[in-house]
Write a protein of this length. Structure first.
Length: 258
């Protein structure tokens, strides 16, 4: 069980490519997120490698209230190229930390944003298997967003229900923009968690990632072996990341043409 009690001293942070990552274990990341509210991002390497080509995405990362270092590739590059240590906190372990909280058993306090109706049904069944009930009204099926992410319908629902926590699980590159949009337009300050595929790993909407593979930074490999045609091109895009880290280090990259 993760305690949400306040601590007198905030954890350390490490800035990578203009993004301020928490440099602390998962328990401290969860505490910080719930204490300070705002939105949390979990950028994967393929998405982070586009930070110089998508200004909207870059803004969402730079202005995030909390970023966690889910990418083992980025953590290793930071150690090799910059000679500095960054604690990896996977999106899966971060989500498990959240799910251990008592709040997730209370329907009115947590709201889920999901990619499909099938994902919502799998989530509901999985939560019930964990003795957590969830009504359909406490979730929302996101539409296909464009480059610019806006959603008045979702805003209206959240303003009416006013959940204390919002879990966004719609995929990297888009969910961060939605988290930024919600923080800017909601009239109160919930904790917003942009956790991508992590929820799907638990519910069965995505092929599961064993915790041993997650700990050994091998989740990406299992996903590639299962669906090489889908993940191969994505992971090839991540090969831009070493050059970006070598060139910019802590600084935000200059925006270039796509």
């Amino acid at each position: 069980m993760v305690s949400t009690a306040s601590t007198a001293i905030d954890p350390e942070f490490e800035q990578v490519l203009g993004v301020r990552f928490i440099n602390a274990p998962v328990t401290e990341a969860v505490r910080y997120s719930l204490r300070h509210r705002g939105y949390t991002v979990v950028p994967a390497a393929p998405a982070l490698a586009r930070v110089d080509r998508d200004p909207e995405y870059a803004r969402a990362l730079f202005e995030a209230d909390l970023a966690i270092a889910d990418s083992g590739f980025m953590v290793l590059l930071w150690r090799v190229l910059r000679r500095r240590k960054l604690t990896r906190v996977s999106g899966l372990r971060y989500l498990l930390g959240l799910l251990s909280l008592r709040e997730f058993g209370e329907e009115e306090r947590v709201f889920f944003v999901l990619p499909t109706a099938a994902a919502r049904e799998r989530m509901r069944c999985w939560l019930e298997s964990q003795s957590i009930s969830r009504r359909e009204a406490n979730s929302y099926i996101a539409p296909r967003y464009g480059i610019r992410v806006e959603d008045e319908q979702l805003l209206a629902l959240l303003r009416e229900q006013r959940p204390e926590q919002i879990v966004i699980a719609i995929g990297g590159g888009t969910q961060e923009k939605l988290g930024w949009y919600l923080r800017q337009h909601l009239d109160y300050k919930p904790a917003i968690h942009c956790i991508g595929a992590a929820l799907g790993f638990l519910t069965g909407d995505q092929p599961p990632i064993p915790l041993w593979a997650d700990k050994l930074y091998l989740g990406w490999l299992l996903r590639f072996l299962r669906q090489p045609h889908l993940y191969g091109p994505r992971y090839l895009g991540a090969l831009r990341l070493p050059a970006l880290i070598w060139r910019y280090g802590e600084k935000a990259p200059r925006q270039s043409a796509r």
